[in-house]
Design a protein. Structure first.
Ligand SMILES: [Zn+2]
Length: 496
């Protein structure tokens, strides 16, 4: 079989595995990818090596566990080998188009190895601030609300009623504002990125190339393209979407109340997936037009999933490692292999980079921790080695260096069993995903089973190896970069 000359990697932010058609979702979110799956390798149990983005992507690009350079290191270290640096070294043209995720930036080393790296960062920063709740000085209305809210919450039973009234009041006010999905949206949509990518391909596809797209369409706040809502026959308007998003971010509601709008929120999320799918289809068409389709390997995956109250939560904070958060779709289309073939065993995304280089017949650098599953005949079902996912518990804002040092949350998956160890609370939960796929019933602690003991041994070895195999030069280089960036910030002026 001829070796493909080029590689396209597409990561879709927040795309959970059970929301794509080719893995069984009954809603038509991914018609294009479903058709691509008929001629691709489909990984049924691909698992992110960490959540969220900043704990997942080091494994995807550099085949490195996210905490293995030390919990205080975020991003790709200066000088670290990635798919991009390796391919550039081999003479590939390289480009990345990132839809404004503030954690995928040049400052965090993601631009290394790319001739062109466009991250739409000003849009992304805007979205990040809005999403994380950071905002400018509160208005008079905001300050009055804060005072009243504090007063009401000091009286038992009155706080919740006040929160509800204030929410209704804000909804009423915003009804008078005419907004469109375009103005509400925080991130560039997939069509913007595909336009950039096709323009770049038009000029750079004479030789081998590596193109990476990171799409944010399914990411919260959920403001999909109107076309995608139409394609999915949704009647939700821009105003509905705005109200739903406002509702969904409320912190004063219990799961019961949130549940009432969950399916509508999922419709918005699904439309985001549909648009990403549509645009991946358009990019593929362009590759065919440029006569590149038959020489190009394509991998489509996600950095992590998204929670819709499955375990009582929303979004994708590093608080849990449940399947809705760690299990992601993964499709690998290699020219010459024309049938759908499936890999059933758990596959860690840490193994993706070595697999992709292997597909291109490029040697894997020594620093890659994962192992290729590529063989002459395609992907290999292989043995039952443990698959790890990890994050620093509750580190929701790594820009604040102190939160990075939170204790580790670690999941070990082997076959149908999954052990989640929370180093913050000193607790561990073991699940049998065959009999309990939704992880609702942890297996009893006693009698201590061989499975539990074995997975605990794997967890221990992973943590020890993380330290033993640490690349101290890369660690120092990453810390020095952080310090330089900190020093480059303007010194805050003293308050008068
Ligand atoms: Zn992400």
């Amino acid at each position: 079989m001829a070796v493909p000359r080029s590689l396209v990697l597409i990561t879709v932010d927040c795309l959970r595995a059970d929301h794509v058609g080719f893995l069984g979702y009954p809603v038509a979110t991914t018609p294009f990818l479903d058709s691509l799956a008929t001629e691709s390798f489909v990984f049924r149990n691909a698992l992110a090596s960490g959540i969220p983005t900043y704990y997942s992507l080091p494994a995807v690009l550099a085949s490195r566990y996210p905490l293995s350079l030390g919990r205080d290191v975020i991003g790709i270290a200066p000088g670290e080998s990635t798919i991009a640096t390796e391919l550039k070294e081999c003479g590939y043209k390289t480009a990345a188009f990132i839809a404004g995720n503030p954690y995928i930036s040049r400052a965090d080393g993601y631009g290394d190895g790319f001739d062109v790296f466009r991250d739409f960062s000003s849009l992304g920063e805007m979205g990040f601030r809005a999403h994380s709740g950071g905002e400018a000085k509160p208005s008079l209305r905001g300050r009055t609300n804060q005072i009243l809210s504090r007063a009401c919450h000091s009286v038992p039973g009155l706080g919740a009623a006040y929160d509800e009234l204030y929410f209704q009041y804000c909804q009423k006010l915003s009804q008078n504002r005419v907004e469109s999905l375009e103005t509400l949206r925080r991130f560039p949509t997939a069509d913007v990125l595909v336009d950039c990518a096709t323009a770049w391909l038009g000029e750079n596809s004479g030789g081998p190339f590596f193109l990476w797209l990171h799409l944010m369409d399914p990411h919260a706040p959920y403001y999909p393209k109107a076309e995608a809502l139409q394609e999915m026959r949704s009647r939700l308007s821009a105003a509905d979407s705005r109200d739903l998003n406002s509702f969904w971010t409320r912190n004063d509601l219990g799961v019961g109340r949130l549940q009432k709008k969950c399916s509508s929120i999922e419709s918005l999320y699904n439309a985001g997936i549909r648009w990403a799918d549509h645009e991946i289809g358009r990019l593929s068409k362009k590759l065919a037009e440029l006569n590149l389709w038959h020489q190009c390997a394509i991998a489509v995956t996600a950095d992590h999933g998204e929670e819709f109250l499955d375990h009582g939560g929303r979004f994708h904070s590093p608080l849990k490692l449940n399947e809705e958060l760690v299990r992601v779709p993964l499709l690998l289309r290699v020219p010459g292999y024309c049938e759908r073939r499936e890999l059933h065993r758990p596959f860690g995304l840490i193994d993706l980079a070595p697999t992709l280089l292997d597909v291109l017949d490029i040697p894997t650098p020594a620093s890659f921790r994962g192992r290729s599953c590529w063989k002459e005949y395609g992907i290999d079902e292989g043995g039952s080695q443990p698959v790890f996912s990890e994050c620093a518990y509750e580190c929701t804002n790594p820009l604040n260096a102190e939160t990075r040092l939170a204790p580790r949350l670690l999941a070990v998956r082997k076959g149908e069993y999954k052990l989640v160890v929370n180093f913050a609370s000193g607790t561990e939960d073991l699940f049998d995903l065959n009999s309990d796929p939704k992880e609702l019933r942890p297996l009893p602690l006693k009698p201590a089973s061989d499975v539990r003991r074995n997975l605990l041994e794997c967890a221990k070895k992973h943590v020890t190896d993380s330290y033993k195999t640490r690349d101290w030069d890369l660690r120092l280089a990453a810390l020095a970069r952080d310090l330089r960036q900190e020093w480059a910030q303007p010194i805050p002026s003293r308050p008068n």
